[in-house]
Design a binder for this molecule. Structure first.
Ligand SMILES: [Zn+2]
Length: 60
């Protein structure tokens, strides 16, 4: 399930509303996950590279 916590771009207040109740500013949904998609990609690429090296070694 997606996290509903949002953050006001104006005052930085965390809320679950689309608009900030404190200042009326627009809020953006925050990513609760510490790791970013790029990290996931990096891990995947690392694994891919690893497999590539492994394959090279085996072919010799
Ligand atoms: Zn605000």
């Amino acid at each position: 399930m997606k996290n509903l916590i949002r953050k006001c771009v104006d005052c930085g207040k965390y809320t679950m509303e689309v608009t900030c109740r404190k200042c009326g500013g627009i809020t953006h949904s925050t990513d609760p996950l510490k790791y970013s998609p790029s990290d996931k990609f990096q891990k995947f690429r690392l694994k891919e590279k690893e497999a590539e090296n492994y394959g090279e070694n085996r072919s010799k």
